[in-house]
Design a protein around this ligand. Structure first.
Ligand SMILES: CC(=O)N[C@@H](CCC[C@H](N)C(=O)O)C(=O)O
Length: 377
């Protein structure tokens, strides 16, 4: 296993080069240069777009256990006081993928140096934050050729203390859909609103009405979120806006509720087009399937955690999304949270995850890759 200072160095180097989905070129080159220095006797490497697949051949069995890490950063301007801040202005590893990749490299090195009986596949997957790399990667010949019998992944959890691992059988993360809404009306002079169709007013009204979908249209016993994270429109303070745009996301715990919410948003669109005499275009962008953990595997993993240096905590379901859900739809497996104890949460410009979690997680992932067995093995 890599020394702690080597792990920290890797995490900090990756932290400085965040790239958004399918543009992870420097990240891919960094990972490949590390992988090329490992013992190559039992290892095969393939690239797929900006992702990487590494297979370490086992000593006896043909069964394959996979570990997946995501690779992309977010378009967020970093506001930490790290001396290893992002060198890509306007971009940040604000969702911990720098941690995830470092842990994967450490486990890969340990497995490559001493392969277990079964094969181990390391999946470096691009574009988790969007537009989604898991689904197309699963369809690729590169992945199909090395299809694993079992797969698992982790995600950092800022609200949990270092040394804690948390998960649950069944539903862990929500179904998600991106949401982009473009408004086009008639602009004009700020002093003559009656001669215009004001798209700032239309878009603001739309944001308000969107909130009534969850509160008034969804069964209160179901769980859903509609969040608008970005609103833009207009050109200058004394001109009535001809264009506006909303960008957001929809989350549901049940996959069946997602189309119902989309139908409600379409109904709002028709109403607002009539009310504001404007054109509205809706794009539901990327959709992620829920993260659903196989019970037997979570229980087997919990046993592994309980015989490690780490503590187990039962997790509640969360409204976060993860395109790893597509992998778990097709391959038995699970996902878990890793405590990193940050005062700021995921997607925050001041996320300061505690690096002490990295060596603990690297050892746990390696141990799990050695010990876990597919359900029918
Ligand atoms: C773990 C996490 O934070 N994942 C992201 C996934 C984003 C999916 C997509 N871009 C969307 O916004 O719907 C999340 O925001 O939960």
């Amino acid at each position: 296993m890599l020394e702690v200072n080597q792990l920290i160095k890797i995490r900090r180097e990756l932290h400085q080069i965040p790239e958004i989905g399918f543009q992870e070129h420097k990240t891919q080159a960094y990972l490949l240069s590390f992988i090329q220095k490992l013992p190559q006797d039992n290892m095969e490497v393939k690239t797929w777009k900006t992702g990487i697949l590494v297979k370490v051949k086992g000593t006896k069995s043909s069964m394959t256990i996979a570990y997946r890490t995501d690779m992309d950063g977010l378009p967020i301007e970093e506001e930490t006081d790290f001396d290893f801040q992002s060198q890509h202005k306007g971009f940040m590893h604000a969702c911990g993928h720098d941690f995830h990749m470092t842990i994967a490299l450490a486990a890969l090195q340990a497995i490559a140096e001493q392969p277990p009986e079964h094969n181990v596949l390391f999946v470096f997957q691009p574009a988790e934050e969007g537009p989604g790399g898991a689904f197309p990667m699963l369809q690729s010949n590169e992945f199909k050729e090395w299809w694993p019998d079992l797969i698992f992944a982790l995600h950092i959890a800022p609200e949990l203390p270092v040394g804690t691992v948390s998960s649950k059988p069944g539903l862990l993360f929500a179904n998600t859909s991106e949401l982009f809404i473009d408004f086009k009306g008639k602009g004009g002079h700020a002093a003559y609103p009656h001669l215009t169709k004001d798209m700032v007013v239309a878009a603001s009204g739309f944001v308000g009405e969107l909130q009534t979908i969850v509160s008034r249209r969804v069964d209160p016993l179901e769980s859903a979120v509609v969040t608008i994270g970005k609103i833009t429109g207009g050109t200058v303070q004394n001109v009535i806006a001809e264009n506006a745009r909303l960008e957001g996301t929809i989350r549901t715990l049940s996959p069946d509720l997602m189309p119902i919410i989309k139908t409600e948003i379409d109904a709002l669109k028709r109403g607002f087009e009539m009310m504001y005499d404007c054109e509205i275009r809706i794009d539901f962008g990327a959709n992620y399937y829920q993260v659903f953990n196989r019970e037997e595997l979570v229980l087997a993993f919990k046993n592994i955690v309980e015989t490690s240096e780490m503590d187990w905590k039962d997790a509640p379901a969360a409204m976060t999304g993860e395109d790893f859900g597509y992998m778990l739809r097709d391959i038995p497996g699970f996902m878990f949270w890793l405590g990193v104890d940050s005062p700021y949460g995921l997607h925050h410009s001041k996320l300061t995850a505690n690096e002490d979690a990295i060596p603990l997680a690297a050892k746990l992932v390696e141990k799990t890759l050695r010990k876990l067995k597919p359900m029918n093995a």
